[in-house]
Ligand binder design. Structure first.
Ligand code: 5GP
Length: 202
């Protein structure tokens, strides 16, 4: 008999430019049982982004009403815009045994851990500071001052890696994905995630 387990709540974050989006996408392709939580944001859609798929694009008033009515698991201001995780999707998925992943910033990740201590916080780290600089430069998306600002933020963010459950160094996407998958496998074997199974022996 297969006993139903609660879903795992994985939270992936790390400094800007570390490639967490790439790791997250590759992970979702390799773990079909994993679903991505779609965040809400007040920033405008970029070309090609779809409302309800990439984000729920909301105006400031709607977002603030969601905060006031407790509809967000966490929220934070990132680069002058509000971002948050809608709570109902997270609650329903976990209750249904669905594993989910949140790709959110560090402030948000720490809020999730406070409210939901079973959440598994995974910090995606660059292999080195030099490598992060190279990645930010090669994206060609940002001005020099923006890159320097992000590098400066990254130093502070690396200090917060200590609050995470796991650190995955992204020197190769394939390896990073395998490490996250190993974390998922190990977490599913933890006693608190096997309570229904253990209870089935009563
Ligand atoms: P972007 O605007 O480039 O898609 O995302 C900017 C930053 O916001 C990224 O670091 C991303 O991880 C973070 N972010 C996206 N969704 C959320 C969310 O729901 N909550 C928080 N706290 N951060 C988020």
């Amino acid at each position: 008999m297969k006993v139903k387990q609660k879903g795992l709540l994985l939270v992936l974050s790390g400094p800007s430019g570390v490639g967490k989006g790439t790791v997250c996408r590759a992970l979702l392709e390799n773990e079909p049982s994993l679903r991505l939580s779609v965040s809400a944001t007040t920033r405008s859609p970029r070309p090609g982004e779809i409302d309800g798929v990439d984000y729920f694009f909301l105006d400031d008033n709607v977002f603030r009403k969601m905060i006031a009515s407790g509809e967000l698991l966490e929220y934070a201001v990132v680069y002058n815009h509000l971002y948050g995780t809608p709570l109902p999707f997270v609650q329903e998925s976990l209750e249904n045994g669905q594993d989910i992943i949140l790709e959110i910033d560090i402030q948000g990740a720490l809020q999730v851990k406070e409210k939901y201590p079973q959440a598994i916080l995974i910090f995606i780290s660059p292999p080195s500071k030099g490598d992060l600089r190279k990645r930010l430069l090669s994206r060609g998306a940002d001005a020099r001052e923006v890159i320097e600002k992000r590098l400066c933020c990254a130093s502070g963010e690396m200090k917060l890696a200590d609050h995470y459950d796991y650190i995955v160094i992204n020197d190769q996407v394939k390896k990073a994905v395998e490490q996250v998958r190993s974390v998922i496998t190990a977490e599913k074997c933890r006693p608190h995630n096997l309570k229904p199974f253990l209870g089935s022996f009563d």
